[in-house]
Design a protein around this ligand. Structure first.
Ligand SMILES: *Cc1c(COP(=O)(O)O)cnc(C)c1O
Length: 439
């Protein structure tokens, strides 16, 4: 039997409030997520979200943009400062959209792009058509994968040089190299490879969706100084949100990128999220360095603590991680999909992850051999290295010792009581994950 509209309406609010309560009592370890400050949450509820502003500030296709233009110009100025970039476009509405802007600006259908394969940590937006990847399906690019060395957890420089030569000798039009990725524990060899691509006439992009905050904090690599022509990113993984995208580059590419964003890939560009980006960028300029420093310390502590409890953390030879991400081969204890569900029952939220050798060993993405953990959101809640040790113990109790997740959940909820506020921001009077009612 169908329900009355008001019943659906009430049910939706109940579900959302339950979600907020759940996250208030959980340990958030999904590496692509973060929690925005109350200030960012406030501005994304503003009227900006109901307006249209197509085009560049000062050259809009709509009236009513007086204040919107001013805020967007501030967002641009702050993005340029954060990434020490000559040019920034804050309009892409997501990380995938930012990559589409890059493809539109620098490639044509049929060109070849180098990127990481998905099992090596690449993102579906840089994938080939046969996998349903955005680069292949939408931008009609041919995709070659960077040769990847699992021991080093990094792109193999010599093998890549050979592969580029090979591709050129086969007549492929290599026009773009896309560094960066979704499982990125070590800085990529941009300095070593940027010129290899430039010499064959290709542009170099760094997809900083995950590590943008670490780059802005000066803690990872600095793509625009290491040979990248352009960098795309999401604004909500290691940056402070809201969900969105951004592209930074040099003045010489400004016009081509502006056109690639509008009209090619966005019409209206979610102006409330432009406000949110502006606030988040200001917060990041003030607090980002301290934050990024703690994110990396926490990831290293989490990796080390898991390792000491018997987990096979990848990248041991390289100190496990230089970013917010920890990748664990979990096959000793089960499969990634099963363990993700089991941990979720204890309010420990992380995700399964394909390992570079999974496909060869007949595992697939639904139940792969790995789990991926990120320290960025727990850091935003104020956690430090010793808290990472405690989280590793909670995970080990379930995965290694086989303890009932329901029992561990009680300790998770107790532990979370100590971390109620969003840190690294100017104003934080509301609780993290507090449901705010305005109706
Ligand atoms: C998350 C991610 C994206 C996509 O970002 P969205 O903001 O989710 O669209 C693109 N590239 C990489 C490497 C990512 O990890």
């Amino acid at each position: 039997m169908s329900k009355a509209p008001k019943e659906y309406y009430d049910e939706i609010f109940q579900l959302i409030e339950q979600h907020h309560k759940w996250f208030s009592n959980s340990i958030p370890l999904v590496a692509s997520e973060n929690t925005p400050s109350p200030a960012v949450r406030e501005v994304i509820m503003s009227d900006f979200g109901s307006r249209y502003a197509e085009g560049w500030p000062g050259e809009r296709l709509y009236a009513g943009c007086t204040y919107i233009d001013k805020v967007e110009l501030i967002a641009i100025e702050l993005a340029k400062k954060l990434f020490r970039a000559e040019f920034a476009d804050v309009r892409p509405v997501s990380g995938v959209c930012a990559n589409l802007v890059v493809y539109t600006a620098f490639t044509d259908a049929g060109d070849t792009m180098f990127s990481l394969s998905i099992p090596s940590g690449g993102h579906i937006s840089t994938g080939r058509k046969s996998l349903g990847g955005t680069a292949g399906s939408v931008s009609r690019l041919e995709v070659e994968n960077f040769p990847f060395n699992v021991n080093e957890m990094n792109i193999d420089v010599d093998e890549t040089k050979k592969k580029v030569k090979q591709a050129i000798s086969e007549g492929k039009k290599v026009k773009l190299a896309m560094f960066g990725g979704s499982v990125l524990t070590q800085p990529h060899p941009l300095k070593e490879l940027a010129d290899v691509f430039h010499e064959v006439g290709a542009k170099v992009c760094y997809d900083g969706a995950h590590v943008a905050g670490l780059i802005a904090g000066g803690l990872f690599q600095d793509p625009l100084r290491e040979g990248a022509d352009v960098m795309s990113m999401s604004t909500h993984k290691t940056l402070f949100g809201p969900q969105g995208g951004c592209v930074v580059s040099f003045d010489k590419y400004a016009e081509i990128i502006k056109k690639a964003t509008f009209p090619a890939n966005v019409s209206n560009h979610h102006l409330h999220h432009v406000c949110g980006k502006a606030i988040a960028f200001a917060e990041f300029l003030e607090f980002g360095r301290d934050y990024a420093l703690q994110v990396v310390k926490n990831a290293k502590a989490l990796a080390q603590s898991l390792y000491e409890r018997g987990f096979q953390v990848l990248g041991e030879k390289k100190g496990f991680t230089q970013s917010h991400i920890v990748l664990v081969d979990i096959t000793k204890y089960g499969l990634g999909g099963d363990l993700e569900k089991k941990l979720e029952r204890a309010n420990i939220i992380l995700n399964r992850n394909l390992l570079a050798y999974d496909l060869k060993q007949n595992r697939h993405y639904q139940n792969p051999g790995g789990i991926r953990l990120g320290s960025q959101e727990c850091t935003r809640l104020g956690m430090k290295e010793n808290d990472m040790g405690y989280i590793a113990e909670l995970i080990a109790r379930i995965v290694v010792k086989g303890e009932d997740p329901e029992r561990v959940k009680k300790d998770v909820i107790d532990f979370r009581k100590n971390f109620n506020k969003v840190h690294y921001c100017f104003d934080s009077v509301r609780k993290a994950y507090e449901y705010i009612r305005i109706r």
